[in-house]
Write a protein that binds this ligand. Structure first.
Ligand SMILES: Nc1ncnc2c1ncn2[C@@H]1O[C@H](COP(=O)(O)OP(=O)(O)O)[C@@H](O)[C@H]1O
Ligand SMILES: O=C(O)C1=C[C@@H](OP(=O)(O)O)[C@@H](O)[C@H](O)C1
Ligand SMILES: [Mg+2]
Length: 168
């Protein structure tokens, strides 16, 4: 069965919904951020601080290519993954992609509510967080918009499962 890739901005719910979707479909679940942390044996924040973003993007690119097609996997990607190298092309060639298009103000609300999460590019204390996420959203939209399926709003796992129906 085809792999399913969840893509979208940080806090859009890729990791949270991915687990629920995998359970409902009896697929296995992987989170590319978790795979990188395991391979590197250090947190995402530490990777960024010690080795820089370009290194992290290389690690993301490598880890994506270890995911083989047709493996009945739900893959939660990191927010930036589709926007670097030719990752989006790889995702679309090897699975079904779902863009969780959650409004930016909702992303901010979630980031502030869950401030302890491991996201070095975003600080819940940043007074400009909304603006910086809006800018990032605009710059990433050309990549995210290539998804096979786009789900708008504060999405539940059931919303995604309904739209996935015809693709699986
Ligand atoms: N549909 C949702 N409704 C409410 N809160 C959510 C939802 N999806 C995710 N969250 C919360 O937002 C935070 C970020 O979600 P996460 O799944 O880690 O997003 P991502 O992997 O896209 O960055 C988590 O703390 C999670 O509990
Ligand atoms: O937006 C980004 O560039 C990033 C998002 C994070 O993943 P989530 O989208 O799961 O938070 C993580 O990969 C890293 O901090 C970089
Ligand atoms: Mg995540």
């Amino acid at each position: 069965m085809k792999n399913i890739f969840l893509i979208g901005m940080p806090s859009s719910g890729k990791s949270t919904l991915g687990k629920r979707i995998a359970k409902a479909l009896h697929y296995r679940f992987v989170d590319t951020d978790k795979l990188i942390v395991r391979n590197e044996n250090r947190s995402i924040a530490t990777i960024f601080a010690q080795s820089g973003e370009a290194y992290f993007r290389e690690a993301e690119c490598r880890v994506l290519r270890t995911i083989r097609p047709g493996n009945s996997l739900v893959v939660s990607t990191g927010g930036g993954m589709p926007c670097f190298h030719d990752n989006m092309a790889y995702i679309n060639a090897t699975g079904v992609s779902v863009f969780l298009d959650v409004p930016v103000d909702v992303l901010v609300r979630r980031m502030v509510a869950h401030a302890q999460e491991d996201r070095p590019l975003y600080s819940p204390n940043d007074p400009e967080l909304l603006k910086s996420l809006q800018q990032r959203y605009v710059s990433r939209l050309p990549f995210y918009s290539q998804a096979h399926i786009i789900v708008h709003g504060e999405t539940s796992a059931d919303d995604v499962l309904r739209q996935l129906g015809e693709w699986l």
